[in-house]
Design a protein around this ligand. Structure first.
Ligand code: MG
Ligand code: MG
Length: 255
């Protein structure tokens, strides 16, 4: 079921989105060679608390009910790790790329955003991967308008990425967001233009291209959460929460 948000709910999501954007900006400043992903997680906990917000990821149930819930405030995924990386004692090195997925629950409403950051100086191919993935995010957002369909957003994203010789993930999708972290509609990273649910004003969607430098195949690590590229190549992830309006989509998770 797709929930159309009220004015009041949208106002709260705008605030939740702003908190996420502030948090990502703080983490960006902190990301340097020598920093651990657990240190980033502690910053996230502190910043969320300062804004009377909480992480929607902490204690999130695993898709496999017998596995542990997510133990971090944020997801920290390095290099070939694509999503759901668990903050740990891992030390960031010069040349790494790190994906930070951040969320905030504010007065019951959620903002969700992810960004891939360079640790120090990175290789040219890594830089290109980041640029293409961020470009795919905005290509998809450009199609997020009343009258278009979910498939238009998926198609734009996939086309942008594959034209530049990278691949999109198959098993994980963009999604509606609001009172719950994952709501309808589900918006795959691939698809056909003109297909799927029609977009209406008041829908809120977390658009998240997940792009792989090699094959699109992924696997889950033994920690029951971290998703990596099966071939060990680099991956990138960018995400904004947006609201569909009568005009251009409003990006809720930017400063
Ligand atoms: Mg996210
Ligand atoms: Mg998301």
């Amino acid at each position: 079921m797709i929930v159309i948000k009220t004015k009041n709910e949208l106002a709260l999501m705008r605030e939740a989105g702003r908190i996420v954007a502030v948090l990502l900006a703080e983490l960006k400043e902190q990301i340097k060679p020598g920093v651990t992903t657990a240190q980033l997680d502690r910053t996230a906990e502190k910043v969320l608390k300062q804004h009377n917000a909480a992480s929607p990821f902490y204690n999130y149930p695993n898709h496999n009910k017998s596995h542990r819930p997510f133990p971090g405030q944020i997801c920290t995924s390095v290099n070939d790790e694509l999503v759901h990386g668990i903050p740990s004692k891992r030390v960031l090195k010069e040349g790494d790329i790190i994906k930070i997925d951040c969320g905030a629950v504010y007065k019951g409403m959620i903002g969700d955003s992810a960004w891939t950051f360079a640790v120090g100086k990175i290789r040219e191919d890594a830089r290109t991967l980041l640029e293409v993935t961020e470009g795919a995010l905005y290509a998809s957002i450009a199609e997020a308008k009343v009258g278009n369909r979910v498939g238009d957003m998926s198609f734009a994203l996939q086309h942008y990425v594959e034209e530049r010789d990278f691949n999109v993930v198959r098993e994980y999708t963009s999604h509606g967001v609001g009172r719950y972290l994952h709501e309808d509609p589900s918006v795959p990273n691939f698809g056909e233009a003109g297909k799927g649910v029609k977009l209406k004003a008041g829908m809120t969607i977390a658009i998240e291209p997940m792009v792989l430098a090699g094959s699109y195949k992924t696997k889950e690590l033994g920690d029951q959460w971290t998703v990596v590229a099966k071939d060990g190549k680099l991956t990138a992830h960018f995400e904004h929460t947006i609201a569909i309006t009568e005009g251009e989509a409003e990006i809720l998770t930017k400063l």
